[in-house]
Design a protein around this ligand. Structure first.
Ligand code: T4K
Length: 405
């Protein structure tokens, strides 16, 4: 961002947007990957290279599947190339057809995955407290065309699993959960992974457990797990015969190496993120109109997501605060604006059901960095910057207007 003329008057607050030096020398990114044990990861990758077993259900992928299943207390964990393909494999394995009830407030990948295989998304609103599917609204969205309900454990927060399953049970439709954000998360004291017909986790580099790219389908259903395994590998059975259609959704050994070492250090990452979140929470509590979004139903163990709610009491809007942070070399994210229903190709059709909470949250939430790239003191500095910006709101707004993006 261009430096602003200091002739606007003395800068009381040290804000880059008002011409001061940025608060951070090194950029802080929301989504910066965590690599918890680079030496062990490199050693596993060297071993894989020495074995020349690089993919197609190698030993590291199998070990990861065992450890992921044990970690989540579920019988089957099937490693896949990414969660997008994982969602498609589960939907295909369950022969889902027709319409799929899904939140609009999610990463576009949830919806693309389903529509790519011919399913028609029906967007449903979320709860303002949890940011996950509102079961009462799901009930209103069910029709004879409904082929499945896909809940998203957004920010690692468990969906209203009971409520959604009750609706699904009453109408005889399967439930799957997009657990892309939810590695390590628990619902009423039990780790996610066993709920619905299957759950699909992401091990993308930006997730709490990073496997470069990757995903994991979990289920307690033996037959479903077997079908997903087959579909993941061109329809080959364990005996090496093609017994159905299939695709290539296999995970490679390097991804498994990275995910294994990160999974082993989950508690360390959790503790680190916990301290960062505490610094955010403590600082934000003193700022008007800003607060760290919490899961009302309890803790989310990965603590990977630091989502800030910016309401009407804030003298600056969410988008203005994001620009203030960018000037300080911090990259916040406005996940998940504008809502999938407003993105092509889905925007061409008006949503069938009202989405007021989705509309509001897509304009007011801001996600801040966490992870090993930073310390709790960095979080405190970031909150101080936000506080200065709010105090100087008229000057900040004028400065931003002068450099409109
Ligand atoms: N369901 C949900 C609810 C999801 O959030 C996602 C994925 C999926 C399903 C599908 O899962 P996968 O098929 O991917 O397994 C990113 C990720 O690509 C995506 O995986 C993730 N959700 C989504 C929330 O975020 P972008 O387009 O926002 O990523 P990008 O490239 O802008 O990076 C985000 C930030 O992370 C930037 O500040 C840069 C930083 N970064 C990123 C990468 C990849 C790094 O510093 N290093 C890196 O290597 O989608």
């Amino acid at each position: 961002m261009a430096e602003l003329p200091r002739s606007r008057g003395p800068t009381r607050a040290p804000l880059a947007v008002l011409g001061a030096a940025p608060a951070f020398e090194t950029p802080l990114l929301t989504g910066c990957p965590n690599i918890l044990d680079p030496a062990e990861t490199a050693s596993l990758i060297r071993d894989a290279m020495a074995r020349r077993r690089l993919t197609n259900e190698g030993p590291l992928v199998r070990r990861l599947e065992e450890q992921f299943a044990a970690f989540h207390g579920v019988q089957h964990a099937v490693a896949v190339a990414n969660a997008t393909l994982g969602l498609q494999l589960v939907a295909a394995a369950l022969n889902v057809s027709g319409e799929v009830i899904v939140p609009s407030f999610t990463f576009i990948g949830t919806v693309h995955a389903l529509s790519w295989i011919g399913l028609r998304p029906v967007f449903c609103d979320i709860s303002v407290e949890t940011h996950t599917l509102d079961a009462a609204r799901v009930e209103l969205a069910v029709t004879r065309e409904t082929g499945a309900i896909v809940g998203v454990h957004l920010w690692g927060r468990p969906c209203d699993i009971d409520g959604i399953q009750r609706v699904a049970g009453a109408h005889g439709v399967p439930v799957l959960f997009d657990a892309a954000h939810a590695t390590g998360s628990a619902w009423q004291g039990t780790r996610l992974g066993r709920f619905g017909r299957a759950e699909v986790f992401s091990l993308h580099a930006t997730k709490s457990i990073n496997g470069l790219e990757g995903g994991m389908v979990t289920t307690n259903d033996d037959e479903l797990a077997e079908r997903v395994r087959r579909l993941r590998n061109f329809g080959f059975s364990a005996e090496g015969r093609v017994v159905s259609r299939g695709i290539n959704a296999k995970m490679d050994e390097f991804s498994a190496a990275m995910a294994l070492t990160n999974l082993a250090a989950f508690d360390r990452l959790s503790a680190h993120n916990s301290a960062i979140r505490e610094a955010y929470r403590h600082g934000l509590a003193r700022l008007p109109g800003l607060r760290l979004s919490e899961n009302p139903a309890g803790d989310v163990p990965s603590r990977h997501y630091a989502v800030v709610e910016v309401d009407e009491a804030s003298p600056l809007r969410r988008d203005e605060l994001c620009r203030v942070l960018v000037a300080e070399r911090v990259t916040p994210r406005r996940y998940f604006r504008p809502g999938c229903h407003r993105s092509p190709p889905y925007a061409s059709e008006a949503p069938r059901h009202p989405l007021p909470v989705t509309e509001r949250l897509s304009q007011t939430l801001m996600q801040l960095p966490t992870g090993l790239q930073m310390t709790p003191d960095d979080a405190t500095t970031m909150v101080a910057v936000l506080g200065h910006a709010l105090e100087e709101a008229p000057r900040v707004r004028a400065a931003l207007a002068a450099t409109a993006p």
